[in-house]
Design a protein around this ligand. Structure first.
Ligand SMILES: Cc1cc2nc3c(=O)[nH]c(=O)nc-3n(C[C@H](O)[C@H](O)[C@H](O)COP(=O)(O)O)c2cc1C
Length: 345
């Protein structure tokens, strides 16, 4: 079967992956209500297209914190791509580059951040988890700077790990230990992967540490968006961590408008969570996101087709977005009509 959409890749990846690895990437936390809601909310939203606008071609190009990209479909930071493919994040980085996208590389990646930057053919951001030791975080930031990463994404929704029950049941059957290269090189053992208790002062601390732009990932509340801007965040990722942290929070797309309004154009706003179609991306862009990040589907592509599979996922979503924009009378991603989206109540 030749995969024609992201869902086809999900089925292929499920067959290709070890059941415990599959459980790890698929799981949400707790009752998985937020995981389900991330999809359900997109389905409740409808598009009200415009016609007779002579939109023959569509321009997907935009800039993300000043970096030119060929598509607003970006790669979300995810740990341990090695669970999906032996080349891990190196393959994903090549896929992102050839798709004209940008990849955010996780602190918990299977390959070291330097190896990934050598493989990469496009722009990279570094996602930072601050574990107990701040000097350790500082060393990671220095390494990311030296390796040419263009922004630091501080994940702020993870003062502890969400309980992924689907995974807990099968964790012991994982064929090998999870491999965290960037962390291993710093001599941090898995027992030390304990998140630090962060406050807004840590955002100030991180900003004082580096000249790279700081993006905060995992904001849902408008007041936190306002505080993020006050503390100098250049970007905000509206995210509930793909339903893997606090269960019972709204879909990220439901929280988007409040964050966009609170930020008032003072930071770039991005969204992740449940993007499975180009039309999902279009809805987020219409509501004010500058770009969207895609999580699990990239790993589905990687697991079933390596670099080519991950690239095909990004291409499928970008092509779907391009087509949806033409059909909705929208010529460019930077100028999408806000009233394109209507909610079903
Ligand atoms: C397997 C997996 C690992 C993840 N690891 C990280 C991580 O290391 N850091 C982080 O900030 N977010 C992490 N996330 C969350 C993603 O960045 C993103 O918020 C989420 O996957 C988006 O939802 P989607 O999978 O529905 O597209 C992870 C998600 C998954 C599925």
């Amino acid at each position: 079967m030749e995969p024609v959409n992201v869902h086809d890749y999900e089925a292929l990846a499920r067959e290709a992956m070890h059941p415990a690895a599959w459980a790890y990437i698929s799981a949400g936390s707790g009752e998985e209500t937020t995981l389900e809601e991330n999809r359900a909310a997109f389905e409740r939203m409808k598009l009200l297209p415009r016609v007779l606008r002579g939109v023959g071609s569509v321009d997907l190009r935009t800039t993300i914190l000043g970096t030119e990209v060929g598509t607003p479909i970006l790669v979300a930071p995810m740990g341990v791509h090695g669970l999906a493919h032996s080349e891990g994040e190196c393959a994903t980085a090549r896929a992102a580059g050839s798709a004209g996208s940008l990849m955010a590389v996780s602190t918990a990646s299977s390959r070291s951040l330097e190896e990934i930057s050598v493989s990469a053919t496009g722009p990279l951001w570094f996602q930072l988890y601050v574990y107990r030791s701040r000097p350790f975080a500082e060393r990671l930031v220095r390494r990311a700077e030296r390796a040419g990463y263009r922004a630091i994404v501080l994940t702020v929704d993870s003062p502890r790990w969400g309980r992924k029950e689907r995974f807990l049941r099968v964790e012991q059957t994982l064929p090998s230990e999870l491999d965290y290269s960037s962390l291993d090189e710093e001599g941090l053992s898995e027992e030390e992967f304990v998140p630090a208790t962060l406050t807004w002062e840590d955002v100030t601390w991180l900003r004082s540490l580096t000249d790279l732009p700081v993006v905060l990932k995992g904001i849902l509340h408008p007041e936190d968006a306002a505080l993020a801007v006050e503390h100098g965040a250049a970007g905000i990722v509206v995210s509930n961590h793909g339903g893997r942290q606090l269960d019972g929070v709204p879909a990220s797309i439901e929280a988007l408008s409040g964050v966009v309004e609170a930020a008032g154009g003072r930071a770039e706003i991005y969204l992740d969570g449940g993007i499975r179609r180009g039309t999902d991306a279009l809805k987020a862009l219409a509501l004010g996101a500058r770009a969207v990040f895609v999580g699990r589907p990239v790993l589905w592509g990687l697991a079933s087709g390596g670099e080519a599979g991950a690239r095909h996922i990004l291409k499928l979503l970008s092509d779907e977005l391009e087509s949806a924009m033409a059909l909705a009378g929208q010529p460019g991603v930077t100028e999408i009509d806000p009233d394109l989206v209507v909610w079903e109540r």
